[in-house]
Design a protein around this ligand. Structure first.
Ligand SMILES: Nc1ncnc2c1ncn2[C@@H]1O[C@H](COP(=O)(O)OS(=O)(=O)O)[C@@H](OP(=O)(O)O)[C@H]1O
Length: 888
């Protein structure tokens, strides 16, 4: 009897049993299947799954899976609505007497918000001074000028509860110089409801959780930030403060809604950032209800600085973006571009061009790998070449080899020629003057053969790297110029060779989205007027992660900011960059061995262990050659090799030799048994007063010991005059010493220059302070030059102690030479070896009137030196006491 369609009998418990006839296949299965077969089938299925999975993520079929899951760019705003009002101009016509600098008063040297503020200022190259809140205020004025354009208080409550005296002083400064105040409400222990901010008609509610932030389009503070959108969702942190006020002096800058709690929802927007127009006490303020963790506050903080400083601290609204795609043609099969990827690239480029005028993807190719993909990928290569003139192109090394692995320029040239030949054959433009080396190798640390070959083959004028001075922190990346090649800082957008799929993005898709929507990538564009982003070809295949990223971030920037985006070829960007930052043209060489990444991309044949550990810095004519000679006699010390032009002095840090690069310097400290077991040292007497020297020396030799030799500055000046006179200096031979030192500012230029060169190095305290900005006091020895001359063994005892050397008794090594009138090396019992004729010259004594003049002239400088020595806990040399006692 057929049962189908009829109801089955009801079981106890109310469930129906469906009694269907067993199909035929079941009988077949029952008769054929046994446990062994089941296990075998399960294993087969597992193997197939593993194979399928592995194959799909690495092989050409990847695209089949991912191509139909290509993410659409994020955009949640009506951004493309054309009516965008012009951004406000905060500049004032009034004559301002403030410096474009920020004073940041922090709770402690380690506070989180204080650090965030400082980092944001550094990233935007805004000058600032950090002060820990204390009993007294720092000095606020210099002569008739305000030192700071805005005062930032990390803690609003500290600001509100400052003692009366300081508060009055600060308010007076703010009113007199039109300086504004920024304050941040920091999380309070207790929850305050409607508590009044001390001294202000302003009420605060604290410890709130908020959501959905918006900006007040009418707020005059907004400039970089653009109102009109809502940052949907919870705002970071549980301790927000909101402000309520009745006075018209207050105007909200930003609002948010309360997160629903216990079912209660406060629907009216609450002011999270508020502006005080200063109508009550003449001081303008912008107050934040939370720190900088919320991305929008970073923008608003920059706007607050711009507004409160009357435009003195306004950042430019122009932002230039260049997207490099390295590794064109390179890449594992399965990760390369197909025809439709190239089409998508062109479509995305066209879309970006509407938002970023002048935008073109910049393609770096390694032609050796052309047509090395699967059949569809090879078609993708052809498709790229079909559209060569729609992109910008640059050379990226023929075989994608790291340049630092070639010690030979001609090998590098040959490789580059192959890539160039390919470009010529396939109509790729070769005139970009730009190149990028694989892994940025050879750019910094500098591999000289790369620069040489680049110049010869590609006429490279611009390159970019993430490595100068270091990869991290990114906000400190800088540019420089070497051998005529401008090196620009490159930014990371969070996409690397192996980040191929949005769904597999490290840390999850949300991480990349956060970076785009106000996070790291967004902030990178805000903080850098010129952005060169590094991406790889693989980021444009598969689910085209890079297209998603750039379209999304550009749209987000347009939604929330008034920045004017643009793009241009690298050479133009380089000129713009160094116009904005001319101070960066001159490089600052670091020690490649201090950074593991640098060591990896620096030639294996280079060395760093023999870089000097000791620098004798002069100043000139204080006995520096004698000290150099005496140091070289110590078995634990090794001097540099002599220079063919400047003899024992290398004069690296203070003149053009520095621009020759680190390799030049290293040649004078060759590795070898002598140098690696001994402390290497160098002396150049002009280092002492060289403006850039302390910074440069510290960048390369941060742990070096520094020795400065000081004699009476009057005697030094006279010795220097005699020195250059005997070198035939025409000005010195035209003017007497007295004329030189007493020359006033209306004297002819050669005379003024001579006077400055003669007198300035004797302002010892001034230069020593500059060294002490870079090196710590325990790294600096101020050696008494008068003692070095009269009792060199005693002076050498001090030097050996300072350098922690095994003691040598220089009484045995040096001998007074009556004929020379100086101590010389004791070669044998009778014989001595003295310094040359130019050291210890014979000349008439200084005129009395000159000596008197110089004593007076140097009194303030000697007084400063005396104070400095007290501060350092060092004794004053006798000559200093003498100079000061008879001064006046
Ligand atoms: N042992 C010994 N032998 C020779 N000369 C000695 C010695 N000790 C100190 N001095 C003094 O050194 C002065 C030259 O200083 P520098 O070597 O620093 O000069 S330079 O800047 O390197 O040209 C030189 O200056 P002048 O006397 O004016 O020639 C010397 O006074």
């Amino acid at each position: 009897m057929a049962m189908s369609g009829s109801r089955a009998p009801l079981l106890e418990g109310g469930e129906y049993v469906h009694k269907a006839p067993a199909p035929r296949c079941c009988f077949w299965l029952a008769s054929h299947v046994n446990v062994r077969k089941c296990v075998a089938a399960a294993m087969l299925v597992s193997l197939l799954t593993i194979f399928f999975y592995g194959y799909y993520v690495t092989a050409p079929l990847t695209s089949l899976v991912w191509r139909d899951r290509i993410p659409r760019p994020l955009s949640q705003c009506s951004l493309l609505a054309p009516a965008r009002g012009a951004a406000r101009d905060h500049r004032s016509a009034a004559r301002l007497r403030i410096d474009a600098k920020v004073l940041v008063i922090v709770e402690s040297a380690y506070s989180r918000l204080g650090r965030d503020i400082a980092e944001l200022l550094v990233a935007n190259r805004i000058r600032y001074k950090l002060e820990v809140a204390g009993k007294s205020l720092p000095v606020l004025t210099t002569l008739d000028k305000g030192r700071y354009g805005v005062i930032v208080f990390e803690s609003l409550s500290k600001y509100a509860s400052m003692d009366k005296w300081n508060r009055e002083l600060l308010d007076k400064y703010c009113r007199e110089y039109s300086v504004g105040v920024v304050g941040f409400a920091t999380p309070a222990e207790e929850t305050l409801v409607g508590a009044q901010l001390k001294g202000f008609p302003l009420f605060m509610h604290t410890n709130l959780r908020l959501k959905d932030a918006t900006l007040n389009p009418a707020s005059p503070v907004l400039r970089l930030s653009r109102a009109g959108e809502t940052a949907w969702g919870a705002l970071p942190g549980d301790h927000w403060t909101v402000f309520r006020a009745n006075s018209s002096t207050y105007e909200p800058v930003a609002w948010a809604l309360m997160q629903a709690e216990y079912g209660i929802t406060e629907r009216s927007p609450l002011a999270t950032v508020i502006q005080d127009h200063g109508r009550l006490d003449g001081v303008q303020r912008v107050l934040f209800g939370s720190g900088l963790q919320f991305w929008l506050h970073r923008l608003l903080f920059l706007d607050a600085l711009s507004y409160l400083s009357h435009g003195q601290l306004s950042l430019s609204l122009e932002r230039w973006i260049l997207v490099d795609i390295d590794d064109i043609f390179v890449g594992e099969r399965g990760t390369r571009l197909h025809v439709e990827d190239v089409k998508a690239l062109l479509a995305s480029q066209a879309a970006l061009q509407r938002l970023v005028p002048g935008f073109r993807f910049n393609l770096g190719f390694s032609a050796k790998y052309f047509h090395r993909g699967t059949a569809p990928e090879n078609c993708g290569d052809d498709e790229l070449l079909k559209h060569t003139h729609q992109f910008n192109w640059f050379c990226h090394m023929w075989n994608h080899q790291q340049p630092h692995l070639y010690s030979n320029v001609s090998q590098l040239e040959a490789e580059m020629m192959l890539n160039k030949q390919f470009a010529l054959e396939h109509g790729i433009p070769i005139n970009s003057s730009y190149s990028v080396s694989p892994h940025h190798s050879g750019v910094y640390p500098v591999h000289e053969p790369l620069y040489e070959a680049w110049k010869k083959v590609w006429d490279v004028k611009v390159t970019s790297t993430e490595e100068y001075p270091h990869l991290r922190p990114a906000r400190l990346r800088r540019g420089f110029r070497h051998r005529g090649v401008m090196v620009l800082p490159r930014q990371t957008c969070g996409l690397f060779t192996h980040t191929l799929l949005l769904e597999r993005y490290p840390g999850g898709r949300q991480r990349l989205d956060r970076s785009i929507q106000g996070g790291e990538l967004f902030q990178t564009v805000i903080n850098n007027p010129i952005n060169i982003f590094m991406t790889h070809m693989s980021n444009y295949g598969n689910d085209r992660l890079a297209l998603y990223t750039f379209e999304s971030v550009v749209k987000f920037l347009r939604c929330w900011t008034n920045v004017r985006l643009g793009s241009a070829p690298p050479l133009q960007l380089a000129h713009k960059y160094f116009q904005l930052r001319p101070d960066e043209l001159s490089p600052l060489w670091g020690n490649p061995c201090d950074d593991v990444r640098h060591r990896r991309i620096w030639s294996k044949s280079k060395w760093c262990g023999t870089l000097p550990k000791v620098l004798v810095i002069g100043p000139q004519k204080t006995g520096s050659t004698a000290l150099y000679t005496f140091l070289a006699m110590h078995p634990a010390l090794a001097p540099n090799l002599p220079s063919p032009t400047t003899y024992e002095e290398l004069q690296f840090f203070n003149n053009n030799n520095y621009l020759k690069g680190l390799d030049w310097y290293l040649e004078y400290f060759p590795p070898g048994p002598g140098n690696s077991s001994r402390l290497t040292f160098e002396k150049s007497a002009t280092y002492f007063d060289g403006e850039l020297v302390p910074r440069r020396a510290h960048a390369l030799l941060p742990n070096a010991k520094i020795i400065a030799i000081l004699i009476s500055p009057s005697k030094r000046a006279y010795s220097w005059y005699q020195h250059i006179r005997s070198h035939g200096d025409p000005a010195a031979n035209n003017y007497s010493f007295h004329t030189v030192i007493t020359a006033n500012d209306s004297a002819p230029k050669p005379l003024r220059d001579l006077r400055n060169r003669c007198l300035n190095p004797g302002k010892y305290a001034h230069y020593l302070e500059r060294w002490l900005l870079e090196f710590s006091p325990h790294q600096l020895l101020t050696l008494d030059g008068a003692q070095l001359r009269a009792d060199p063994a005693l002076a050498m005892d001090a030097v050996q102690k300072f350098l922690k050397l095994e003691h040598r008794d220089y009484r045995q090594l040096l001998k007074y030479d009556a004929k020379k009138g100086f101590f010389c090396q004791a070669v044998s019992k009778e014989k001595t070896k003295c310094l040359g004729k130019s050291k210890g010259r014979v000349y008439p004594p200084m005129e009395e009137r000159s000596a008197k003049f110089l004593k007076r002239y140097y009194t303030p400088h000697n007084t400063a030196l005396s104070k400095l020595l007290v501060r350092l806990g060092r004794p004053a040399p006798q000559w200093l006491k003498d100079d000061l006692s008879s001064a006046g």
